[in-house]
Design a protein around this ligand. Structure first.
Ligand code: SF4
Length: 390
């Protein structure tokens, strides 16, 4: 009897729309290769747990979930997906895990199973769009999203980031290939093109081109669509701000994570830009295009961050950014020599999380539709539970 039943467990808690996109891309991949998606582990031949490395809550929940499968595994195969460098060590002694498939090498699926369609053949249009979590879908129901993967990897070296550990090279798709897919997307009715992955400005450096050449190619076509850029490193956004201004009409939104409004902390993070310059750039853009949406990430409880710096991050994020996701700093051993000399204690971290959750609740009570615009700590189900408990 053919083994073709797959149970997919999403343990990313929709931290972001692109993670959600990736989960449904994997689902589409199985469906396209004639596998049946079942809704219980009991009926499955293959169990795939998709998770994310950054949040300790997610790591704990995923770990517990995997252990809970022990009695149900028997002859089933269990695969764990996504960026796991930090905790692969804790999982590698679990004997019933069959293999790991990292985010940066999803083609490992093709090698493992040798199926007809590669994961690279799955287009955004083949994915269940309505299932993908969009933090801004509540305020932006008119856009039809198309996720376009322009490159993987990043040239920067932030001290809190494991992406560099997971994927240390940049791998880009050619401009002609991307314009062709863009044309397909727009002509299929998609009007918001989300450019992925880690760092837009790293695009093209491996193939003798760059992001602004891609922007030139994308913005000089006459098709009616807009762009959402994930992500713009502030130093690069400042260096090439003329390009952003030139194409501002085409840019609907972008995420420019400042990570901290303290230059002292930024230096420890190995991120070098002037906070005032970032703020002035945002102000300038808003003068030119008041409706521009600029999202943000803040790493909170970074080693040595004072409570005043933490509060200032909230204050300035709310003031200048459309929405900010606050991500708790994760201790990673290999960054120790840079940044972990003054790790905050657990009580201090809990205190800061409490403040953030209270703020989320405040927005939630004020206006359900708008709360997500300003402060977000975790996303998805877990957030709601935590917020309501505070
Ligand atoms: S810019 Fe982003 S992806 Fe690149 S090293 Fe920094 S945090 Fe990581």
């Amino acid at each position: 009897m053919n083994k073709n039943k797959v149970f997919l467990k999403d343990m990313t808690y929709s931290l972001s729309s692109e993670l959600s996109y990736l989960f449904y891309k994997i689902k589409s991949y199985f469906l396209k290769n004639n596998y049946t998606i079942v809704d219980s582990v009991d009926y499955a031949d293959y169990i795939l747990v998709c998770t994310y490395w950054y949040l300790s809550e997610v790591e704990k929940l995923t770990y517990d979930y995997i252990l809970s499968l022990k009695e149900k595994i028997s002859d089933k195969k269990l695969y764990i997906f996504w960026d796991l460098w930090s905790w692969k060590n804790s999982l590698k002694n679990i004997p019933f895990i069959t293999d790991f498939v990292p985010t940066y090498d999803l083609t490992k699926l093709d090698r493992l199973f040798g199926w007809k369609y590669s994961i690279n053949d799955i287009l955004s249009s083949e994915i269940e769009q309505d299932s993908i979590f969009h933090g801004d879908k509540w305020v932006d129901p008119n856009h039809k999203y198309y996720f376009l993967e322009i490159s993987a990897g990043c040239i920067h070296s932030c001290n809190f980031c494991q992406i560099k550990k997971n994927i240390w090279y940049v791998k880009s798709r050619s401009i002609s290939q991307l314009v062709k897919e863009l044309e397909y997307a727009v002509k299929s009715g998609y009007n918001l093109i989300v450019l992925l992955w880690e760092d837009a400005w790293s695009y093209g450096l491996d193939i003798w081109t760059n992001f602004w050449e891609l922007l030139d190619a994308f913005c000089n076509v006459k098709w009616d669509y807009q762009i959402n850029i994930h992500y713009l490193h502030p130093a690069m956004a400042l260096k090439y701000k003329d390009y952003i201004i030139r194409y501002i009409d085409k840019i609907y939104k972008f995420n420019m994570p400042i990570q901290s409004f303290s230059e002292r902390i930024l230096k420890k993070m190995n991120r070098f830009y002037k906070v005032d310059n970032v703020i002035n750039f945002i102000k300038d853009l808003k003068k030119i295009k008041p409706e521009i949406i600029i999202d943000n990430h803040i790493i909170y409880a970074f080693p040595g961050e004072t409570f005043e710096e933490f509060l200032n991050n909230i204050k300035l994020s709310v003031k200048y950014y459309y929405r900010t996701v606050f991500i708790e700093y994760r201790y990673i051993e290999w960054t120790k020599k840079f940044s972990c000399d003054d790790l905050l204690n657990e009580d201090e971290i809990k205190k800061r999380k409490y403040v953030l959750l209270r703020m989320m609740k405040k927005y939630l009570e004020k206006n359900w539709d708008k709360w997500v615009n300003k402060i977000n700590v975790l996303a998805g189900e877990e957030t709601y539970k935590l917020v309501l408990e505070v």
